[in-house]
Design a protein. Structure first.
Ligand code: PEP
Length: 254
């Protein structure tokens, strides 16, 4: 899977043009689940652009209530039926907007309850890495999600994105070995909780056309959540092609 998080970028018109360019850049590349996550204002018009292209549509965030006095928020029922997925727990939500682990868990459950696939992002800060607590941090963030769940989600309904905070938007990518180590740990942690739990686990953090193939060559990395480069359709297409290449090699699921 390769998902592009556009963050707070592009006007609606620019977003429509970018969506068309992404569809053109990835057309003919098979075997990769491709998604774009534009700002909320763009979702409905871009939904029409994506129809029939195979590129799926995601929201960058969502609230956990269905409706009510929650000014500025967007609920899962507002997206259900035409938007494919949501992203919850992105580090910018956690660190700029002060979102807590339990809120991420509620957003996760609310998305699933309305038939939206959900990507949950987890990852440590550089201080946490330096303190040796990377595994403890991602475990805590995942356990907060599990605490909200009554039963295990089916594997296709959820995706985990491992995004070390120090690598997001900084140009400082985790090495393939660093990313592989944490992604493998995450998979083990999920299996310990849900015996047959094996959602895809993506890596995110300064993924580019130049480093994507080496990340995808790692045995446990199932794709990428791409920020900055997702605004450049051609380069995004190169990342998708690298995922297709990895999948057609020894990997069976990217
Ligand atoms: C992201 O926003 O999820 C991300 C990984 O950003 P970037 O690729 O710009 O580091």
């Amino acid at each position: 899977m390769v998902a592009g998080n556009w963050k707070m970028n592009t006007t609606v018109e620019e977003g429509l043009a970018l969506a068309r360019a992404v569809c053109a850049a990835v057309s003919g590349i098979d075997g990769v689940d491709v998604a774009v996550l534009p700002p909320f204002t763009h979702l409905w018009p871009i939904h029409s652009v994506l129809e029939g292209t195979g590129v799926r549509l995601g929201a960058q965030d969502v609230y956990w209530k269905d409706s009510g006095a929650f000014t500025g928020e967007i609920s899962p029922p507002m997206l259900a039926g035409w938007c494919d997925l949501t992203l919850v727990g992105h580090s910018e939500r956690r660190h700029i907007f002060g979102e807590h682990d339990d809120e991420v868990g509620r957003k996760f459950v609310a998305s699933l309850a309305h038939g939206l696939q959900v990507i949950v992002a987890v990852g440590e800060t550089s201080d946490e890495r330096d303190a040796g607590s990377t595994f403890a941090v991602v475990d805590r963030q995942l356990d907060a999600v599990f605490a909200e769940l009554e039963s295990p989600p089916s594997n296709d309904d959820w995706v985990i994105a491992y995004e070390p905070v120090w690598a997001i938007g900084t140009g400082r990518t985790a090495t393939p070995e660093q990313a592989q180590e944490v992604v493998a740990h995450i998979k083990q942690h999920v299996r310990a909780r849900y015996l047959d739990g094996s959602p895809r686990v993506l890596y995110g953090g300064s993924v580019t056309a130049a480093n994507a193939a080496s990340l995808f060559a790692e045995p446990d990395i199932d794709g990428a959540l791409v920020g900055g480069v997702s605004l450049r359709a051609e380069e995004f297409g190169v990342i998708v092609a690298a995922a297709a290449e990895a999948r057609s090699g020894t990997r069976d699921r990217v």
